[in-house]
Design a protein. Structure first.
Length: 183
């Protein structure tokens, strides 16, 4: 007779990596899970909808890191703690995580007097990154490289305006508001 060993409790650890602002799932994010002392370690890549999973993760505390390769300082890697606990019936537990990656961004309000300037073009000089203000005069440009940037605003009937922004590190969000003067 072969002696039976008690089954060791494990878990399925999964989740979705999303952009913190838009909520969109991010494809191609490297997700790593690891425990202290080399107890367990694994790595996977998110699918097109941002989903990932790890199978047979033993009971314990782990660090889970998500990083988007090739994003440089455009996105801040994130690390979170994962606790895998045994279920009462010693079946595999399920742990689902919502992992948010913060992007380096500049945002603000474009106005003239007390009124918003709608459809003003906001661009980062020296790059192709641009957007337009919404009906409230608000704008946001995500995914910028950290460093010194010049943001320029143009709108028909208004004088062009520029301001400097220093995005000191990945994940920094800088607010630049513009008051445009009429031509």
């Amino acid at each position: 007779m072969i002696p039976l060993r008690p089954r060791t409790a494990t878990a399925v650890v999964g989740g979705r990596v999303r952009d913190k602002v838009s909520g969109q799932g991010l494809r191609g994010v490297v997700v790593r899970i690891g425990g202290t002392g080399g107890v367990f370690a694994d790595e996977t890549i998110t699918r097109s909808n941002g989903l990932f999973h790890f199978l047979k993760v033993p009971i314990g505390r782990y660090g889970l890191t998500a990083i988007l390769p090739g994003s440089g300082t455009r996105r801040l890697p994130t690390t979170t703690e994962v606790v895998v606990a045994a279920t009462e019936d010693n079946r595999p537990a399920r742990v689902f995580l919502d992992v948010l990656l913060k992007s380096t961004a500049v945002r603000g309000l474009v106005s003239s007097g007390d009124s918003p300037v709608v459809m003003a073009q906001v661009r980062v000089k020296g790059s192709g990154e641009r957007t337009f203000t919404d009906r409230e005069g608000k704008y946001r440009i995500d995914g910028l490289e950290a460093g010194k940037r010049t943001v320029q605003v143009t709108a028909p009937g208004f004088r062009k305006s520029s301001k400097a922004a220093t995005l000191s590190a990945a994940g920094v969000e800088h607010t630049l508001d513009f008051k445009l003067a009429r031509e």
